[in-house]
Design a protein around this ligand. Structure first.
Ligand code: ATP
Ligand code: MG
Length: 867
């Protein structure tokens, strides 16, 4: 019997057994229901066993099925990239034109154009390739791993290496790495909201789940969902694009919205492109009308278009960002989504959870008190029974409790109700020979709300009256004000035959007391928060804990407190009211996970760029909802997967460095943009206009290409440049108005000097064609390159020192350009020696342009000046 024929409804296949994902019944692809077969059958069909695959088997399968990635990004090889660039319309036209010149005997032009085009494309590709590799390496360093059984041992492997047939061990907080069935488990609670939209977790048990729809398949685990409690061992059936998640991931990926900066730069690029198209057509048309169509005027138009297109901008963005990412990694901040760097630089509100970022997260169980506030050993016993037996999510409070000894006696657990963030409590049904008892622990108010009695010191329940309730609330408050975290515990005697409980059993309980915990504040948090605020980032604390505890922490750390909102209050606020309140509040307490993301969304709607940092399962939705999702290296997989940025050290201090880096990156990208809009664009524009008036072309096509290439090379140093302190002091966001203002002031200035050059050369010196072009080239390239030193800073020139690399690339490129134009070598591209007066005049005009630019930038870059 072939392996597939054991599966219900599978076609009787002859030959080798079809493996999952290849069309067999055991694929979640195309609605195939792998959860309907028994585990034995599933193991057989995947040729696997509970101890997992061998290394050899997995290697073979990895080669056959490919990596376990929902979306396989096909990164193009160097050659493919080259091919793509060569096929771009402008470049293709240029190359065809070159071939035509070659055919008409102009070999010089042919060779030079090909060399120039290839060189500038290579420059682009190599830079981008280097940047991408660096970023990929960083991303891999924080990739989520899974515990996979290989050769009989559990090893941590990158999720991408998982293959069908693998046996994976999962714990609370892990992401399910692929589609498969539960082989064994203990209270495995899974959040499937990613697939079903259902916020409540579902419990998984072993199958088969014959005849059920995927959403009801209680033994199926799906890629992209997460384990929120318990443990599970799964057999992987389908990986990568064959998973249910894979089917929707591609569309999710595509929908990732661009950042404000990306949108802005793209918009600007399109504007320039449209203008270019219009201009070039116009130039071409007038040339044809005046002189008839010649190869030269055609090539002039094409070269002009090449000179005008901001073709380097995408590369510049990638390279600048990648450089930022590498520098951030040196400061222990790893970027998963490159464009998150912009958002980090633009972020003006940071929401943080409490445990771990503001506290040490070294939680210890330091005492247990009864309702009278006195030490009480019964409380400690009950709390330990609860923590020991409860399944589902174990929090660090449970860990602290379990560090102590188990109470004496032969205790058995009959059933339990795991913790969730809505109830804020959990229960166990236990017995030690006598009638079973329900023991519930949780947030003090959540426990008090379901108690009808309170235990007297001798163990008898007495009814809980209003006075007693008030006394207990006062006790909670008092402990909270001392910075102590509390979990209350209550019990209820159950009927002797009771062996199962539902959530409605959590009622009419007897209040027994509170377990007390300390979580020391993190001393470094004070300085870190102060630094963030100085950098213009408002810090807001969003905690699941009680108001008193949070207030005490804030006081101890001397953090600013202005306005406090509780989860209950938020629940009763309308969307509009919340948007109004969030800005004025910086302490949020007793907040449930979905309220965390509600707060983040409200802040965004109020116009803020919001960061959220957290490490827990309950933080993941808010991390996802934020502009910049942040998590820490030791956080749960779910939180780390949702995050854009991972802090290798759980410290807000390193974040300050990351923010500075984000702003530096932004500032350097703006330098490119300003450079392009102020001089390069202006020069090309003037040239197009000049070509309409002059009886000859102001520059030969070849000379324009050369100009463009040298200009590109000169810009290589910008990502390295230093940024003035005042540029880093406040959030930096894309501001189209500022860009337009700059362009409208600096663009015409550049044109003014071009016209002056033009008049001087043509009428003043009555230069011939060759001299005119040489002089124009010198003026054009010097102003284009040198203007970077003017517009890189809002300060006076001498008050801001550029980075040596930028100085080297700029001056190096300029020297090369001048050498080419003024030495005998220039004859190759049609340059001639300039008469001394012409050269002096050109130098004078360039200097005058730069000086005026230095003065006018005070108006053109007002928001930055004068700080
Ligand atoms: N294992 C548990 N058993 C019972 N109750 C719990 C457990 N874990 C947490 N709680 C209660 O639920 C509340 C909310 O959970 P939690 O403190 O983890 O939220 P949070 O937002 O992560 O808080 P923080 O801001 O401290 O990180 C806790 O304050 C506590 O009262
Ligand atoms: Mg937490």
């Amino acid at each position: 019997m072939t392996e597939s024929t054991i599966l219900p409804g599978a076609p009787k296949a002859a030959g080798p057994a079809p493996l999952p994902g290849t069309g067999s019944r055991l694929s979640s692809d195309a609605g195939d229901a792998f959860w309907t077969v028994s585990n034995e059958e599933a193991l057989r069909a995947t040729s696997s066993r509970p101890s997992g695959l061998t290394a050899a088997e997995s290697a073979e399968r990895l080669a056959r099925y490919g990596p376990n990635l929902a979306v396989v990004k096909n990164r193009r090889g160097l050659l493919a990239k080259l091919g793509k660039r060569l096929a771009e319309p402008l470049i293709a036209i240029l190359l065809i034109a070159a071939v035509l010149s070659g055919a008409t005997g102009d070999w010089q032009s042919f060779i030079l154009i090909v060399v120039i085009v290839l060189f500038s494309i290579l420059l682009d590709i190599v830079q981008e390739q280097k940047a991408e590799s660096a970023v990929d390496a960083l991303r891999h360093s924080v990739a989520v791993t899974a515990s996979v059984r290989r050769d009989g041992k559990a090893v941590e492997l990158p999720v991408r290496d998982i293959v069908p047939g693998d046996v994976v061990e999962l714990r609370s907080g892990n992401l399910v790495p692929a589609d498969g069935v539960l082989l064994s488990g203990r209270g495995a609670l899974v959040n499937e909201a990613m697939l079903t939209g259902e916020p409540y977790s579902v419990e998984k048990r072993t199958g088969p789940a014959a005849g059920l729809a995927p959403n009801d398949a209680f033994n199926a685990l799906f890629s992209g969902t997460s384990i929120v409690g318990g443990e599970a061992v799964m057999l992987v059936i389908a990986t990568g694009g064959k998973t249910r998640f894979g089917a929707i991931a591609a569309s999710l990926q595509a929908r990732q919205p661009p950042t404000a900066l990306e949108r802005g730069v793209h918009g600007l690029g399109m504007l320039i492109l449209r203008l270019t198209g219009f201009l070039v057509l116009f130039v071409l048309l007038t040339q044809v009308v005046h002189h008839g169509l010649s190869l030269e005027s055609f090539m002039f138009a094409v070269a002009l278009a090449v000179g005008l297109t901001p073709e380097l901008l995408p590369m510049v963005m990638t390279v600048t960002l990648a450089r930022g990412a590498v520098r951030m990694a040196e400061r222990k901040v790893v970027v998963k989504r490159l464009s998150a760097i912009h958002d980090l630089g633009a972020m003006d509100v940071l929401c943080t959870d409490k445990t771990g970022t503001l506290t040490e997260a070294r939680i210890t169980h330091v005492g247990s008190v009864g309702p009278d506030g006195l030490e009480n050993t019964r409380v400690a016993e009950l709390v330990r029974l609860n923590s020991h037996f409860v399944s589902g999510m174990q929090s660090n409070l449970d860990d602290a409790i379990n560090a102590g000894p188990m109470p004496a006696g032969d205790w058995r657990c009959l059933d339990d109700l795991p913790f969730d963030f809505e109830r804020r409590r959990c229960s166990v049904l236990v017995s030690s020979g006598s009638a079973p008892e329900l023991i519930t622990k949780g947030a003090p108010e959540a426990i008090l709300a379901i108690c009808s009695d309170v235990e007297a010191p001798d163990g008898t329940p007495i009814p809980l009256d209003e006075a007693m309730r008030a006394k207990l609330v006062a006790l909670f408050e008092e402990k909270g004000r001392q910075g102590l975290r509390l979990l209350a515990v209550a019990r209820r005697a159950m009927p002797p035959d009771c062996s199962k409980v539902e959530v409605d059993a959590e009622a009419g309980l007897v209040f027994v007391g509170c377990a007390i915990f300390v979580d020391p504040p993190k001393a470094s948090a004070t300085e870190a928060v102060a630094r963030l605020m100085e950098a213009g980032v408002a810090v807001k604390i969003i905690s699941g804990d009680a108001a008193a505890v949070v207030l005490h922490l804030v006081e101890t750390l001397h953090l600013p407190a202005q306005g406090i909102l509780s989860g209950d209050e938020i629940a009763s606020l309308s969307e509009a009211a919340l948007i109004d309140r969030v800005g004025r509040t910086n302490l949020f307490v007793r907040i449930s996970p979905d309220q965390k993301s509600r707060i983040v969304r409200a802040l965004r709607r109020a116009g803020h760029t919001v960061g959220f940092i957290g490490d827990g399962i309950n933080d993941a939705p808010a991390i996802h909802a934020a502009d910049v999702g942040l998590s820490v290296e030791g956080g749960t997989d779910v939180a780390r997967e949702a995050a854009d940025i991972i802090l290798l050290a759980p410290d807000l201090g390193v974040l300050g460095d990351g923010i500075v880096e984000g702003r530096r990156t932004y500032a350097n990208i703006m330098k490119y943009i300003r450079m392009g809009t102020s001089s390069n664009f202006g020069n090309m524009l003037s040239m197009a206009l000049a070509s309409l008036i002059l009886p000859f072309l102001p520059l030969a096509p070849l000379q324009i290409l050369l100009n463009n290439l040298i200009y590109d090379v000169s810009e290589i140093g910008i990502p390295f440049d230093v940024t003035d302190r005042e540029m880093l002091a406040a959030p930096q966001a894309w501001d189209m108005k500022a860009v337009l203002r700059f362009t409208l002031i600096m663009g015409p200035l550049s044109s003014l000097f071009d016209i002056a050059t033009f008049i001087l050369l043509h009428w003043g010196f009555a230069s011939d064609v060759a001299v005119f072009r040489t002089a124009w080239f010198v003026e054009s390239i010097s102003t284009q390159i040198l203007v970077i030193f003017v517009i890189r800073t809002a300060r006076p020139l001498w008050a801001s020192r550029p980075h040596p690399v930028l100085v080297a690339t700029s001056l190096g490129a300029l020297a090369a350009a001048l050498f080419l134009a003024l030495s005998p070598l220039g004859a190759f591209v049609g340059f001639v020696p300039l008469p001394a007066p012409t050269l002096l005049a050109v130098i004078g005009i360039s200097a005058a342009y730069l000086a005026s630019a230095a003065i006018l930038k005070r108006i053109a870059m007002p928001s930055l000046a004068g700080k």
